[in-house]
Design a protein around this ligand. Structure first.
Ligand SMILES: Nc1ncnc2c1ncn2[C@@H]1O[C@H](COP(=O)(O)OP(=O)(O)OP(=O)(O)O)[C@@H](O)[C@H]1O
Ligand SMILES: [Mg+2]
Length: 513
């Protein structure tokens, strides 16, 4: 499975100090967080208080991987002048010498970090551990439903607990397995069941004996049962991003509901002889509402809620990974700024970590010997653009026009919000300008509402007062300017002069205000 990081387990004297340093940076954060403020505080940048302890612990632990040396001689010999060095060795050596980043895995959002790098999730960690530890005894653990916004540690906590369970079970002769699928790329129930069978086979070290396509889903279920029954005493099924498994629209229940029903029911009757527990993970707090009553009667989970992180928690998370970088190369204001940016959108640890990685890569590419505040700002632009690009790439021209109009309004209001009534006027202007179909306001509103599923934009219902009508107020998760810039990559939208749109927005804001 994931790379074994058990070697990282250590007690770290720097850990307790991290809170104090978090505090001391908060004042810097408030100014640094404003993307328009250009701070020169990097002039007096020094490494943080706890760095000594942190770094020394790391250098003790950090040994360049020697399994890359293969059969090319003793790995302990200094190979710098060794003519028999492999390309990989040379590449790794350069990496090691010149790069600012020395352990990329700590900046990889899918890597399961060692336990002592997990901060601020004690409650959830405890809840999940308590419930799943039943697997260590001779009983079935409860089912769980983990929910919360993206980047709040749901996958990490689940993986960390399962990894530990697996380790302890191995010492107790309990055949324990974690069978994990991410439902994001699975489009039907049949594919999901096949994927579960494949993961089960992988975990057990055996082969799947049904084909992926061309057989009934029932046969895939049977294969999954066979693999599990033959190889495991106890199994935790992890269904990550389960709300994405919608399946075919013609079915009465969404595919995730049918999957939950079947899995939890097969644990209750004789189809699965191993003790099974299902951990369902979702961004969508309301997912359980769309789980049909039939599934709910057999899948009754314990809920575990994951909240957004605040800037202080994000700082603590990043500080625990600062040794991803070489000693002393990260300016003191880098972590507070990255945390502030990530907290500004929605307290997403993945974003904070992405920002650190991208900032480090930008600094490396520019040949800089330090990671500085401006690298974080550049990274913020880049990360934002990528996210917007990801969403925008897949949507229709009409949705793009709705989004562009609304973002154009939001870009010019004080609080960055846009009223649907104003947005619709700008949408009308845009569709006229490029001679596109023009929909009614209701359709415009519906298209905007549909865009909220990407958490790029959110809305609230409002009214001017009792005598006037209702309108929606849209608020963006990223800077509206980034959305506008990204959308202008569409040649049709680029036909309209930004300045012209701006003046239409100004007029509308004056009239509608
Ligand atoms: N409390 C934490 N301590 C340390 N690192 C964390 C913590 N929470 C999250 N992370 C890191 O942030 C990244 C995102 O976390 P994770 O994948 O668990 O989020 P998630 O809640 O599953 O998000 P999504 O819903 O988008 O899948 C990972 O790199 C993870 O290691
Ligand atoms: Mg996840």
């Amino acid at each position: 499975m994931t790379a074994d990081d058990s070697g990282e387990s250590r007690s770290d004297p720097g850990r307790d100090g991290s809170d104090a340093s978090t505090q001391s940076h908060l004042s810097a954060t408030s100014t640094a967080a404003d993307p328009s403020s250009s701070s020169d505080s990097s002039a007096d940048s020094i490494e943080d208080e706890d760095s000594g302890a942190d770094e020394s612990a790391v250098s003790a632990e950090y040994t360049p991987s020697d399994d890359t040396s293969g059969d090319r001689g003793a790995p302990s010999v200094d190979a710098s002048d060794d003519p028999s060095q492999s390309i990989e060795e040379m590449l790794l050596e350069f990496d090691d010498q010149d790069g600012l980043i020395r352990d990329r895995s700590l900046l990889d959002p899918n890597y399961v970090v060692a336990e002592d790098r997990i901060v601020g999730r004690d409650e959830q960690l405890q809840q999940v551990t308590k419930m799943l530890r039943v697997a260590l005894g001779d009983d079935r653990p409860p089912n769980l439903f983990l929910y919360g916004p993206s980047g709040t540690g749901k996958s990490l906590i689940t993986k960390a607990v399962c990894k530990n369970l697996s380790r302890i079970c191995a010492t107790r002769d309990i055949r324990f397995g974690t069978i994990e699928v991410n439902c994001q790329d699975l489009d039907t129930l049949g594919v999901a069941v096949y994927e579960l069978a494949r993961q089960a086979a992988d975990e057990a070290g055996v082969d799947v004996q049904v084909p992926k396509h061309g057989v009934a889903t029932k046969e895939k279920w049977d294969e999954l049962y066979r693999i599990v029954n033959e190889n495991f005493d106890s199994v935790v099924f992890v269904l990550d991003e389960l709300d994405m498994l919608v399946g075919r629209r013609d079915k009465q229940d969404p595919a995730f509901s049918r999957l939950l029903y079947q899995l939890s029911r097969s644990g209750a009757n004789d189809e699965l002889t191993a003790y099974i527990s299902v951990v369902a993970i979702s961004n969508d707090t309301k997912m359980m509402e769309s789980v049909g009553s039939r599934a709910l009667s057999s899948f009754t989970p314990e809920d575990v809620r994951f909240d957004d992180y605040d800037a202080q928690q994000l700082q603590a998370i990043l500080r625990r990974r600062r040794d991803a970088f070489r000693e002393g190369v990260v300016d003191a204001d880098v972590i507070p700024l990255a945390s502030a940016f990530a907290a500004q959108t929605h307290g997403d640890a993945r974003k904070a970590i992405d920002l650190m990685r991208v900032a480090g890569e930008l600094a490396e590419r520019e040949g800089d010997d330090r990671v500085r505040e401006e690298h974080v700002r550049e990274a913020q632009d880049k990360v934002e653009q990528n996210r917007v690009l990801e969403v925008v790439r897949g949507i229709s021209t009409q949705k793009k026009l709705c989004l562009y109009a609304t973002a154009a309004v939001a870009a010019q209001t004080d609080d960055g919000s846009a009223r649907s009534t104003t947005g619709y006027r700008v949408y009308q202007f845009l569709t006229d300008a490029i001679d596109a179909d023009q929909y009614h306001q209701e359709t415009y509103v519906n298209k905007m509402k549909e865009l909220t599923t990407y958490s790029l934009v959110d809305f609230e219902r409002r009214s001017h007062g009792p005598s006037s009508g209702m309108f929606l107020e849209f608020q963006f998760g990223e800077r509206p300017e980034t959305i506008l810039e990204t959308l202008r990559e569409d040649s049709r939208i680029d036909m309209v002069e930004p300045a012209e749109v701006e003046s239409v927005v100004q007029t509308r804001l004056r009239n509608d205000g």
